[in-house]
Design a protein around this ligand. Structure first.
Ligand code: PLP
Length: 391
């Protein structure tokens, strides 16, 4: 008999197991098929009338993918979820589904670069955007235009880690009939539930903590059934950014340990942040979990925990010094992405983009780390050793 999964850890581990449906398999199988055959043509003809509720073709629905979608929707208190082939497929679909020629998007906070690049790409279709560097809902309201359709947020931003008051922004946008989208990848559904705070759509790069093992790329959109139906029949089906069943199954495997991994990422990252705060070569640490953070109180109100991605600024803005620190690390590997089991390090300073960093209010002295699940002593020793190259 299927268990009643309402608690988070039960959703992650068991929601959708359905032993009767899957011949007692303790792990639901991978439905690695592109299409579904029907006994009678009339049944297929009838299924066409609502493809979302039937298995016809895996570009639309697939039982393995659907279990993952049900888990994510339940975790984030959304009516519905679709999982995509990448975070960017999810983000671009959520944005474009709401827009037409002449509309405007307001981006708030430091936004993931390719999401902004997408906004620049769709300018050719007569869709405008602007970027707000304000954090207060009333100030943000002043930057809205008569044609603003979407407020797109990140909180915390994944380079500067500044936070936004989601309830205040959600309330303000609702009053004006503007749809809010948040990239909730940093917090994961475990540490932040934006829909409960009045945000309309939550998007994720599942490539990060949800997968957690750096072996799969995927994305998700979670929202109301109405918005998700619209995305399903348009952007999802027509752009065809569906995830493969095997990748969905890997994400499901990651999800089973998400709450446990997040606890450990939080524990390790907090120790790292505290260590960095006391290090003589460090100017500043950007992590909302620190009591010294300007966003600490907002974080306590809005977040249930803090993930493992943070940045710090060293007492030098020389590219060579940054490269030297990064190159000296052994535990921290040099690479993009984050949220996996492994510790990663990089800097937004590429040695040739100072103008760009200035425009985005990002310090050229910044180094970003994804604190992994290695032994905390190895992690801290590695950073201590690397920072000592600054003397
Ligand atoms: N959102 C954030 C904050 C990210 O850091 C990333 C990827 O690095 C994405 C979205 C895009 O996700 P994906 O790489 O799965 O397309």
């Amino acid at each position: 008999m299927e268990m009643d999964c309402t608690r988070e850890k039960d959703i992650c581990t068991h929601l959708g197991d359905d032993y009767d449906r899957f011949m007692g398999a303790v792990v639901p199988p991978i439905f690695e098929n592109s299409l579904f055959v029907y006994k009678k043509y009339e049944d297929l003809a009838q299924a066409f009338s609502s493809e979302r509720d039937h298995y016809i073709y895996t570009r639309g629905t697939n039982p393995t993918v659907e279990i993952l979608e049900d888990k994510l929707a339940a975790l984030e208190h959304g009516e519905s979820c679709k999982v995509f082939s990448s975070g960017m497929a999810a983000i671009s679909s959520a944005m474009i589904t709401l827009l037409k020629q002449g509309d405007h998007i307001l981006f708030v906070n430091n936004i993931y670069g390719p999401a902004l690049k997408y906004a620049r790409y769709i300018e050719r279709f007569g869709i405008e955007h602007s970027i707000s560097s304000k954090f207060d809902a009333k100030e943000i309201e002043k930057e809205l235009k008569s044609n603003t359709k979407i407020i797109y947020l990140e909180s915390p931003g994944t380079m500067t880690f500044k936070m936004l008051d989601l309830k205040a922004i959600g309330d303000m946008a609702k009053q004006k009939g503007i749809v809010t989208i948040i990239d909730n990848t940093w917090a994961t559904p475990i540490f932040q539930k934006p829909l409960d705070l009045g945000i309309d759509i939550s998007v994720h790069s599942c490539t990060k903590y949800i997968g957690g093992h750096s072996d799969v790329v995927g994305g998700a959109v979670i929202s109301s059934k109405k918005i998700m139906d619209q995305i399903f029949y348009n952007e999802f089906q027509l752009n065809g950014g569906n995830i493969g069943p095997f990748e969905a199954w890997l994400l499901m495997r990651g999800l089973r340990t998400l709450p446990l991994r997040m606890e450990k990422h939080q524990e390790n990252a907090m120790k790292v942040a505290e260590f960095l705060e006391t290090n003589k070569f460090v100017q500043r640490v950007n992590y909302p979990g620190l009591k010294s953070s300007l966003d600490y109180e907002l974080g306590r109100k809005q977040l249930k925990g803090y993930s493992g991605l943070l940045s710090f600024e060293i007492k030098s803005d020389k590219y060579e010094d940054i490269a030297n620190i990064i190159n000296t690390c052994k535990v921290f590997k040099i690479g993009v992405s984050w949220g996996g089991f492994e510790s990663l390090i990089l800097s937004p300073n590429h040695g040739n983009n100072l103008e760009e960093l200035k425009e985005s209010n990002i310090s050229p002295s910044s180094i970003r780390i994804s604190v992994g699940l290695e032994d905390i002593n190895s992690i801290i020793e590695d950073l201590d050793n690397a920072l000592a190259t600054l003397k």
